[in-house]
Design a protein around this ligand. Structure first.
Ligand SMILES: [Zn+2]
Ligand SMILES: [Zn+2]
Ligand SMILES: [Zn+2]
Ligand SMILES: [Zn+2]
Ligand SMILES: [Zn+2]
Ligand SMILES: [Zn+2]
Length: 415
């Protein structure tokens, strides 16, 4: 996925991919994690670093291994300080040092049997009640635990610094492992994976709810998605668009238009066009006032103010016989044109949106049809003695219908 050595086998359960799909590979989170671990090991070997540091540095360099290695070769100190490391751990080109790291627990000398946690001010009498990050900053274990859980679970961060004010040391994976329980650790590891996926434009999570697959696709560049829709499928056969992440095959509409269409459908911009064509702001109270019928005399329902639709003057001064300041042939026809155009646009929008919705509904009904078909296949098989494979044609027919309907549905957005 982006690097030159792609030796992870894509998952292929032999599921049929939808026709015309863009070339892609599907990975499970475990496969990606294995790939990530391999990259970290490589960085460790080349730069003579220890694992948690290498992982932090890779994340700091947005998983760009080559850039990290180049920068580290040039100036290890600069790379380490910019990533918040307390001091250079090793020099480049030296083998991984085997020097034991200082114990993670702060050692208490006999004179210091009592340690006061600077955060909660509790007196800690036992060594096990303390925890020290590799920068040396020590706090009580329960404060550390609350802090790490808060960062991972509530804030969704995998890169956060030590609790000490001003300390830039990034808390390492070993600390997280030691302090939190399994679900929080899982979340932490997921966040690391997510940081990798966000940093690579060739990786994307399958958008289907509950699906954990990650799809790798190299054929969806910002310029290519302006002319084609990179429709891909994960190994569980969930078809989606790699360009915009929409959980549907939105061909023939390109991503930018599909987004617009959905946005239009969402904030109902059609009705806002209607409002533009038929309402004006009351000059007295600034509330939207609707024009009712053809008369220019507008009665504001909010403030009772009466005014002229055309020139927005007080109707008491204006009157039916008074000359309307705004009124002349040209401006009247211009206003009328603008309003007519907005109304026309709305009508067109509603026309297509109705049809789009209708197909959306039909597609939902197709799902039921699909399930009913499975039942029907069994019945036909029993009655006719056809094999399951032979009776499959019915399922294929429903598949085809669903695909056609999705394409037809999206073609309305082109209208
Ligand atoms: Zn504390
Ligand atoms: Zn610190
Ligand atoms: Zn999926
Ligand atoms: Zn798209
Ligand atoms: Zn008003
Ligand atoms: Zn007027």
């Amino acid at each position: 996925f982006g690097s030159e050595d792609e030796d992870v086998e894509p998952v292929d359960k032999g599921k049929k991919k939808s026709e015309g799909a863009t070339a892609c590979q599907s990975y499970t989170p475990a496969q990606l994690e294995a790939e990530t671990a391999k990259e970290i090991r490589e960085v460790c070997a080349i730069l003579g670093l220890q694992n948690p540091i290498a992982s932090i540095l890779l994340r700091h360099f947005r998983w760009n291994k080559e850039r990290l290695i180049d920068a580290y070769m040039e100036s290890p100190e600069q790379v380490l300080t910019s990533s918040g490391e307390p001091s250079p751990v090793a020099s480049p080109n030296s083998p991984t040092p085997n020097t034991p790291r200082p114990s993670k627990r702060a050692r208490l000398t006999p004179e210091e049997v009592v340690f006061m946690c600077p955060i909660c001010c509790d007196d800690i009498k036992e060594e096990t009640g303390l925890f020290k990050e590799r920068c040396g900053h020590t706090f009580c274990t329960s404060c550390w635990k609350d802090y790490v859980i808060g960062k991972v679970k509530e804030e969704g961060q995998c890169d956060f610094t030590c609790m000490q004010d001003g300390c830039k040391t990034v808390v390492e994976e070993r600390t997280v492992k030691e302090l939190v329980d399994e679900p929080v650790l899982k979340r932490y590891q997921f966040l690391i994976l997510e940081s990798l996926i966000k940093s690579r434009s060739s990786l994307r999570f399958c958008p289907f709810p509950g699906c954990e697959q990650v799809v790798c696709c190299h054929n969806a560049t910002p310029s290519s998605i302006l002319v084609q829709v990179p429709t891909v499928a994960c190994s569980d056969a969930h078809t989606f668009c790699f360009g915009c992440g929409l959980d549907a095959d939105h061909r023939p509409v390109i991503c930018a238009l599909a987004k617009l269409w959905l946005k239009d459908a969402k904030d109902d911009s059609g009705s806002s066009s209607w409002i533009k064509a038929n309402t004006k702001i009351c000059p007295n109270c600034q509330n939207a006032t609707e024009k009712n019928g053809g008369c220019n005399r507008i009665h504001c329902r909010s403030c009772d103010f009466q005014w002229c639709w055309m020139c927005e003057k007080n109707w008491n001064v204006h009157g039916y016989n008074g000359t309307c300041n705004a009124y002349n042939e040209k401006s009247a026809s211009e206003t009328k044109d603008a309003q007519a155009m907005a109304a026309e646009k709305l009508e067109k929008w509603l026309f297509y949106y109705d049809r789009y919705n209708n197909h959306d509904l039909s597609a939902k009904l197709d799902k039921e049809l699909y399930e009913r078909t499975e039942q029907k296949i069994k019945e036909v098989q029993e009655a006719s003695g056809l094999s399951w494979i032979q009776a499959r044609f019915m399922q294929d027919a429903v598949d085809e219908l669903t695909r056609c309907r999705i394409t037809l549905k999206w073609s309305y957005a082109m209208g």
